[in-house]
Design a binder for this molecule. Structure first.
Ligand SMILES: *[C@@H]1O[C@H](CO)[C@@H](O)[C@H](O)[C@H]1NC(C)=O
Ligand SMILES: *[C@@H]1O[C@H](CO)[C@@H](O)[C@H](O)[C@H]1NC(C)=O
Length: 265
């Protein structure tokens, strides 16, 4: 009976974690730094203010806002590696509300840099430039995972090779990025995860402002979930149960899909 319990527990744990998330102590220290500017976003009939601060992502679960991390990281650092090691840095979001964009096993690719030498990320070849968090309203917390992968040799990958890791991606404007097969990418290229950090962000004034002013989305959709606007289909913003899964209506799902096509255009 105990063994049955253990089996059930193990199955549960296995099915709830992404297979590509590294576990245990990793040998290389890896961090990113963002310099958040002081900003005010005037949208949804209110002013959202953001303070200036320097944010270092050197562990898992660092809380940030999309506005604070909208610009490229000001620094990425690798330390404790052997000289001669080559690295790839990969950033993904498995928490997209649309299953056409990303899932737990096949997240949305946000950044990919390969052939990093001398523990200096600026030496790498940028296959997909950094794209900051843009979590749609009512989609809850998104965890952005950064993996530092050790290469066995220089990679001859180009940006044209990326769609082979996104065979299920049908959104033309996200080719090579949506439903990215992280586990397949790592094993096909014989890489070893050696560093791992994450940051967590939910919709903020910057996202809502960008949707209204840069992406041409309606104020009603961009401001959803705030006082004075239509509420989210599930729990209110900020709660961990907010993430839309089974309760998502078809109408909302296509609206979110549309949002994503705005986001990346
Ligand atoms: C936001 O702040 C600006 C500058 O103080 C002000 O002009 C504007 O009316 C404010 N917007 C709202 C919606 O309160
Ligand atoms: C990685 O380095 C190798 C050897 O210098 C080179 O042939 C290859 O094009 C590089 N890859 C990228 C993506 O630039």
């Amino acid at each position: 009976m105990l063994s049955t319990l253990i089996t059930i527990t193990t199955l549960f744990v296995l099915s709830s974690a992404q297979s590509w998330v590294p576990s245990g102590d990793l040998p290389v220290d890896f961090s990113l730094t963002f310099s958040a500017p002081e900003m005010v976003y005037d949208v949804c009939n209110r002013n959202f203010s953001q303070s200036a601060r320097t944010i270092t992502i050197a562990t898992t679960g660092v809380p940030v806002t999309p506005g604070e991390t909208a610009n490229d990281p000001t620094a990425m650092a690798i330390s404790g590696a052997s000289s001669g090691d080559m690295f790839t840095i990969l950033m993904v979001d498995p928490d997209t509300p649309s299953a056409d964009v990303g899932t737990t096993e096949k997240p949305l690719l946000h950044m990919l840099i390969t052939n990093i030498t001398n523990s200096d990320p600026s030496t790498g070849a940028v296959l997909d430039p950094y794209r900051g968090p843009m979590p749609p309203p009512c989609s809850g917390d998104h965890t952005y995972h950064y993996l530092l992968l050790r290469q066995t040799a220089a990679l001859s990958l180009t940006v044209d090779d990326l769609p082979q890791y996104t065979p299920d991606c049908t959104l033309a404007n996200l080719a090579g990025r949506c439903l990215f097969e992280v586990a397949n990418f790592i094993s096909s290229n014989q890489m070893t995860p050696v560093g791992y950090v994450t940051m967590v962000a939910a919709t903020d004034g910057y996202v809502r402002y960008s949707y209204v002013n840069d992406r041409g989305m309606s104020e009603a959709d961009s401001c959803r979930g705030l006082d004075g606007y239509e509420s989210c289909p599930t729990a209110p913003p900020g709660s961990s149960s907010e993430k839309i899964t089974v309760s998502l209506s078809t109408v909302m799902a296509s609206a979110l899909c549309l949002m994503y096509s705005f986001i990346v255009s």
